[in-house]
Ligand binder design. Sequence first.
Ligand SMILES: [Zn+2]
Length: 221
Amino acid sequence: MGEVTIMKKRKKFAEEPNFTEKKSYRPEGVKETGLAFIGHEISEDGNVMNQFLHYDQLYTIRHGKNSKFFKGLLEGKILGTRCPKCGDIWVPVRTHCWNLNCNLEKTEWLEMPLTAKVHTWTIAGWSGRSSLKRLPIVLVYAVIGDSKVAIANELHDIEPWNVEFGMPLKIVFKPEGERIGAVTDFHFKPADGWKPSPWNKEKERIQKLVEPVYEWVKTLK
Ligand SMILES: [Zn+2]
């Protein structure tokens, strides 16, 4: 008779955490209807038909090991992660170090300063419906503190033609009651005391490009 080995069955997944704090921002009257055709319209001549598809699904974004970053936003803090071996820091966060020599070392959390610098940027002259009236929007990729990577967000309180590579920024959070734990809880502003460089040809070129956007936004009701 051969030897019988009883393998201990390994649990595949971690226990479900006990979620004790739950908030809902759902507007009143919105129900989980899922995907449903809720009506249609047909033109007078019978040649054209439109259908109304109600698309309202509830998604759960499980932040897992990155949860502290989003919880930090609720508290008006930017949390980053750092590799205890090589010292590299990341915002947006990484749970394991990217350096091959660190062998996927687990990172540790640290609170970042509310200061950053512009890595690169773009000026949005078009957007989704909710932000059309705020166009043109300056979107920057900014490096927060000593992070090795950049994070995208809006830069406010600046003329689009005055943005510069490497310019210093500060991070401004929405008031506590308006925060939802998303990156839109904060935006960038030029650092206190920062002054744009003198007028030049490039600024003139950008101004000419965004002027029609300003004019168009004025016509929006
Ligand atoms: Zn490392």
